[in-house]
Design a protein around this ligand. Structure first.
Ligand code: TYD
Length: 311
């Protein structure tokens, strides 16, 4: 596993796997060919989950998004071609289609990104398609709807609202709160990605969605209800610039591969709320930035650039 450990990277999340020898970890950037070569040597398949993903950050500053999501993907593809990688799974997002006003996007729908993050993901996807066409790199692209579940960074909507509720803070809801997202439980998304990795056809794109959207205000109210807090904690604030109303995708192609989501939204949200209640120490360290000490104390020596931890 190659990760740059930026502000969002947290080695604590995989420490058990690394220590148990199931994951080899390399600190490095997907935009640096030398790091990528070290990580990719001897691999059969590449799954590119690495990305700058937070829309609000991309509105503040889009440069890192272009570097990681476009140049990074290009660098991975180039090295994958050089090393003859047998499968390249590019993890993408429903945001590349832009906002839906009721229509369900298929894999053939046009790309209409509505913010710098979405545009940078389009760049990565198109580069993947180009490397398939030009060099026959066996690329498959997955486009997932909004994920939620354990270990999600607290900058994202659901963990932010759960942890703010527990901390007794207000919940900052953008605009009228009626923007909708089609939430997919992280385990359903991972099962779909694994299936595409093993059964997908090279050169194809696969939409991964549940097909049931929830307005943000409804999700906020449900979180408050699950934690026994009053609705008055919701604070409507100024809308996000260029805020996409909804993303809707047709995922019948995934259905044809044999995938369907196993988790129902309310149950999965209950499980997620419970996880954040049980792991307060984890998210408080993320919110305060203290999780970095873990890296400093235990891994600094072992994780010198390019070295595989566990070797
Ligand atoms: P987010 O988790 O940032 O995912 P994305 O923008 O990629 O879909 O946001 C999900 C929804 O929640 C989106 O409509 C924006 C909204 N939102 C808020 O209302 N307040 C917040 O503080 C955040 C982070 C998001």
């Amino acid at each position: 596993m190659l990760d740059a450990l930026t502000y969002a990277g947290n080695l604590e999340n995989i420490a058990r796997l690394v220590e148990g020898g199931r994951v080899k970890f390399i600190k490095g950037s997907i935009a640096e060919a030398a790091d990528v070569k070290t990580a990719m040597k001897g691999c059969e398949a590449v799954f590119n989950f690495a990305a700058e993903t937070h829309v609000d950050r991309s509105i503040q500053e889009g440069g890192t998004f272009i570097k990681t999501d476009v140049l990074g993907t290009y660098t991975l593809l180039r090295v994958a071609h050089e090393l003859g990688i047998e499968r390249f799974v590019q993890i993408s997002t429903d945001e590349v289609y832009g906002s839906s006003s009721g229509e369900y996007f298929t894999e053939a729908s046009p790309l209409r990104p509505g913010n710098p993050y979405a545009a940078s993901k389009c760049g990565g996807d198109l580069m993947g398609a180009a490397f398939f066409n030009t060099f026959e790199v066996p690329v498959v692209i997955t486009r997932s709807s909004n994920n939620f579940g354990p270990y999600q960074h607290v900058e994202k909507f659901i963990p932010l609202f759960i942890t703010n509720t527990i901390e007794g803070k207000d919940l900052p809801l953008y605009g009228d709160g009626k923007h909708e997202r089609d939430w997919i439980y992280v385990e359903d998304n991972c099962a779909a990605i694994e299936l595409v990795g093993t059964q997908g056809t090279a050169g194809e794109i696969y939409n991964i969605a549940v097909g049931s959207s929830h307005p943000n205000i409804e999700v906020a109210e449900l979180i408050l209800e699950l934690l026994g807090a009053p609705k008055s904690r919701i604070k409507l604030i100024e809308d996000r610039k260029g805020h996409d109303r909804a993303y809707l995708m047709d995922s019948s192609k995934m259905g044809a591969l044999g995938w369907q989501p196993r988790h129902q939204f309310r149950n999965a949200l209950e499980k997620t709320v419970q996880w954040y209640k049980d792991n307060e120490d984890w998210w408080r360290r993320v919110k305060s930035g203290a999780f970095r000490e873990y890296y400093d104390t235990y891994y600094k020596e072992k994780l010198k650039k390019g070295k595989r931890y566990g070797d």
